[in-house]
Unconditional design. Structure first.
Length: 255
């Protein structure tokens, strides 16, 4: 990207990438340098990037919890609108059965669904295995546990966290949701909240208050400290949600 700037000093995408990458590396002066250059060329994009950085900082500061607190439940119930539970899928086994990680997320979903009996439940995941998708199997599992199928909105196309957020927006917008509880594994919920927040900026739905509940894939105390790979994933997928893919070739896009 530095080479791009040497040939095209006003390339907005390159400036965004370089500012974000240097900020991830904790090289604040370099990050601010590229942000200032961006502001000179495209103030609106600079403002969006500053907002992007705040979303990442907010997600990084989340205290991981495997339950809704009494205060959170009261706040959601007092809102007066239909809340939503958004449960993120996980790759199916080759035979089309659900991985234990996904079942743990569904068990947590069932727990929260009982606490919020009027909530919409969005299940999102569309990587097929043996003719089955995550979304369909998740919905079937919840119905088998007594959840009314009319509460469930299936999203059967998403292949990544970014697409989980982009495609779930339709269900959230259709039902005018203002409070949404994101359920995923503990090491994933920070990234999920950041991506869902960023994904709504351009096309909505706007002003949703997101809360996270973790299905524990590690001891709760170990999840409170965010490692470098997790933070890198938030930056990477956050840029994707803004429409900036570091690598556009599928074998490379997750690097």
């Amino acid at each position: 990207y530095q080479q791009i700037l040497s040939d095209a000093p006003g390339d907005v995408d390159a400036l965004i990438y370089l500012s974000a990458w240097n900020r991830f590396l904790k090289q604040s002066a370099e990050s601010e340098k590229y942000l200032a250059m961006l502001k000179e060329i495209d103030p609106l994009q600079a403002e969006k990037l500053t907002r992007f950085f705040k979303a990442i900082d907010d997600a990084a500061a989340i205290k991981i919890s495997d339950s809704l607190s009494a205060a959170q439940l009261e706040q959601i119930r007092a809102d007066g609108n239909t809340p939503a539970i958004v449960t993120l899928g996980y790759a199916l086994n080759p035979d089309g059965t659900m991985n234990e990680v996904l079942i743990q997320r569904l068990e947590k979903t069932l727990e929260v669904a009982k606490q919020l009996p009027d909530s919409l439940i969005i299940v999102t995941g569309g990587v097929p295995q043996n003719g089955k998708t995550e979304g369909k199997l998740m919905a079937d599992w919840l119905v088998s546990k007594g959840v009314d199928g009319k509460r469930i909105y299936q999203e059967n196309y998403a292949r990544s966290t970014v697409e989980n957020a982009l495609y779930s927006r339709y269900g959230l917008a259709k039902h005018r949701v203002k409070d949404a509880v994101i359920i995923s594994s503990g090491s994933h919920v920070r990234r999920a909240e950041a991506i869902f927040t960023i994904a709504g900026w351009q096309t909505g739905p706007h002003d949703i208050r997101f809360t996270t509940v973790a299905a524990l894939d590690k001891p709760l105390k170990d999840l409170q400290t965010m490692g470098r790979p997790e933070l890198q994933g938030i930056y990477r997928d956050g840029l994707k949600a803004l429409g900036l893919w570091s690598f556009r070739s599928p074998p490379l896009e997750e690097r």
